[in-house]
Design a protein around this ligand. Structure first.
Ligand SMILES: *Cc1c(COP(=O)(O)O)cnc(C)c1O
Length: 469
């Protein structure tokens, strides 16, 4: 450090003429590189005035190196790939379902080529974007017709607004769901312009409650899947096969918000049974709404399937235009739906199902491999152990069923005196080039290995050395 002694800063021209900076210009462009050089020089000048810059600190090589670091961090995308070791497979905050290769290829093609999005290749006339997947959805659900919107919240909003604006919709008090992220049935109902008519009680609702709720203002009977909670004990809800005939007798449609759009029985894959869309249609629902990126394993979207006349009415609502999906969504959705035609290959091909059906033994073997290198980089301040744990499906699907899994647990070593050891470690893991997201439970940082597929294990290991102190 030199104080009082003059340090000469190189000129902008000399910096930009340096070989290292010429490379930066080639990569980031002259405008950005010049701006970066100016900011850095101004900072150095200010630091000099404060007497905090030494001769070497002002060398062109060091300035160029700092510029390279800044330009790189400025050009890093804000939306980043992470390792999801949280134990929640369909993690809403981490983007839910991962898409299979077939969908990835289709999206890449849709990004680079014009598409027959709304163009009928047979007639050469204008087409309808829903037609691209409607046939598949009819086949997979048994419904007469289908339409796609931006997400399931949009599907519910659009359905309610179309069928029940200014009219009443009957819902059981046990099904007035709040999904995370401010989706509440009563609020959506209000925004759709419909009047919620609650019937029954929180734990018990009978068919006669619905029957007594029906009047000349009733537009719809609605059931909502209790996605993220379970009512247990002294309970009664009215099943669809009992409700649908009651609604039909009064010529009122029945709608079901199913949340997760399960298209196959999950039991044969060793998972808990979840009511499928087909079962719901067969039980008499006139309309069913569900998400594309929950158990279905596709891109974010909302699907409405059901009676052709009601779907046609929904498609005529101007709100449909505001809520419609783009070509990338449809490009991804079609191949995902197609995978369901081969249910025997689904657990291998559909990423979501593959993750959900990974046996605990596979994660256990990975934990054995990963424990020594993780312990080595963490050093004596932490103790890494193998842990049996439970993964969750997530996104409100089967909230009380948990999947046996395996992973690593990290605890603060006895006697180590860090002030917030686990919080600090979580932060260090998040600061990795590909951030690692775990969870803390009972003074242990848990890294569930269910979502670390074998193909990504090497990348996970390779960056461990960059864990900063
Ligand atoms: C998840 C869910 C929604 C919202 O779906 P998004 O696709 O996240 O908009 C609505 N209703 C139920 C029952 C759900 O489980």
């Amino acid at each position: 450090m030199t104080t009082g002694q003059t340090v000469r800063l190189p000129s902008v021209d000399r910096i930009l003429g340096d070989a290292a900076c010429l490379e930066l210009i080639a990569q980031y462009g002259r405008v950005q590189t010049l701006a970066c050089a100016r900011v850095l020089l101004a900072e150095l000048r200010a630091a000099m005035l404060a007497g905090a810059v030494c001769e070497e600190g002002a060398s062109i090589a060091l300035i160029a190196a700092q510029m390279a670091e800044r330009l790189q961090s400025q050009s890093r995308s804000q939306l980043r790939a992470v390792f999801n070791l949280s134990g929640t497979v369909l993690h809403t905050n981490l983007g839910r379902a991962l898409l299979p290769d077939a969908a990835v290829q289709a999206v890449v093609e849709a990004l680079q080529w014009p598409m027959n999005l709304e163009f009928d290749l047979d007639t050469g006339k204008r087409g309808d974007r829903d037609d691209l997947v409607e046939q598949l959805l009819r086949e997979l659900t048994g419904a007469e017709a289908a339409t796609i919107v931006n997400n399931n919240a949009a599907a519910v909003l659009l359905m309610l607004n179309t069928l029940a604006q200014g009219k009443e919709v009957i819902v059981s008090r046990g099904e007035l769901v709040e999904i995370g992220g401010a989706f509440r049935i009563p609020d959506v109902m209000m925004r759709a312009g419909a009047v919620l008519r609650e019937v029954g009680s929180t734990n018990r609702t009978h068919a006669h409650d619905y029957a007594e709720g029906i009047n000349q203002h009733t537009a719809l009977l609605m059931k909502v899947h209790c996605s993220n909670y379970a009512i247990t004990g002294f309970t009664k809800s009215v099943e669809l096969d009992e409700l649908a005939p009651l609604a039909a007798k009064h010529a009122i449609p029945t709608a079901v918000d199913l949340g997760s759009g399960t298209l196959v029985d999950l039991a044969p894959y060793g998972l808990p049974h979840e009511t499928t869309v087909r079962e719901t249609i067969a039980a008499g629902a006139d309309l069913v709404t569900f998400s594309g990126d929950k158990l279905l394993g596709g891109p974010q979207c909302g699907v409405i399937v059901g009676r052709a006349d009601l779907i046609a009415q929904i498609k005529r609502n101007p709100l449909k235009r505001a809520l419609r999906v783009g070509k990338l969504t449809l490009a991804a959705l079609e191949p995902v739906l197609r995978l369901y035609r081969a249910p025997d290959l689904l657990a291998e091909r559909l990423s979501t199902l593959r993750l959900l059906t990974r046996p605990a033994a596979a994660m256990r073997a990975q934990a054995e491999t990963l424990l020594p290198p993780l312990q080595a980089v963490l050093g004596a301040a932490y103790v890494v152990t193998m842990e049996a744990m439970k993964s969750q499906i997530g996104s409100g699907a089967l909230p009380v069923d948990q999947l046996p899994s395996f992973g690593l647990g990290v605890r603060s070593a006895p006697g180590a005196r860090l002030s917030n050891p686990l919080g600090t470690l979580e932060q260090r893991l998040r600061a990795l080039p590909r951030p690692v997201i775990g969870r803390i439970a009972q003074d242990t940082l848990l890294l569930d290995l269910r979502c670390l597929e074998a193909a990504h294990q090497a990348a996970f290991l390779a960056q461990l050395g960059e864990l900063r102190p």
